[in-house]
Design a protein around this ligand. Sequence first.
Ligand code: GUN
Length: 268
Amino acid sequence: LKDEMKNEVAELKKQGVTPNLTVILVGDDPASRSYVRGKQKASDYIGIESNLIELSSETSQNELLKLITQLNNDPNVHGILVQLPLPDHINEQSVIEAISPDKDVDGFHPVNIGRMMTGQDTFFPCTPYGIIQMLKSKNIPIEGKHAVVIGRSNIVGKPVGQLLLKENATVTYCHSRTKNMEQFIATADILIVAVGIPHFIDGTHIKPGAVVIDVGVNRIEDGSLTGDVEFASAKQKASYITPVPKGVGPRTITMLMGNTIKSAKNNL
Ligand code: GUN
């Protein structure tokens, strides 16, 4: 996928447009810094110009909003990404809504979420979009399947359910208040786990042959990363399962690159 994108960018450059992704990082959360590095590395590989704007954790909300307005008005910037989470004194939703929907390559703006829900083409949130793209690239059928999404975050759970619905799955959402979650897990043909709790699910209730997508990225005591799914036991039941790390994560970044290219093309 990245090589295809590299070719697309080369074509765009011939037409005089260099896709530009501008990333804003507020403060110095080590996990955020590591994600941002991954985004820059992918941009470099594909030929996308990436600007990183680093701001101190004391930056005020107004300063951040002003910067976003400048970037909204800059014709050379095609994608704006404000790395989340933000410091507590900044209202995340206000920041998300300040980004022009036409440059919102995260797909977090309510306008883009609304477009997604009404079946229009737009920037889809990168992790959910990456999951759909992964299922398709592995020729895993979605239509008519029972997809169970555990977790209801705005970034992953809610939108991945919408995209699965768009692909004609029957979708069930489970969350922290769901009663008897096992009964839903046991009937899931496609199980998406995005709760952020290490080994929240193991193989016990997974339906034999199910497809298991683990979106969790949890740092545990020994410093290593682990998923929301206990891999070894789940693998015994699953026909396909994604590991953590190196499963869904790299695809999230690739879809971000795709959204940036799409935005640049919209400007041709
Ligand atoms: N923090 C963790 N994941 C994401 C993401 O996909 N986009 C942004 N902007 N921040 C994040």
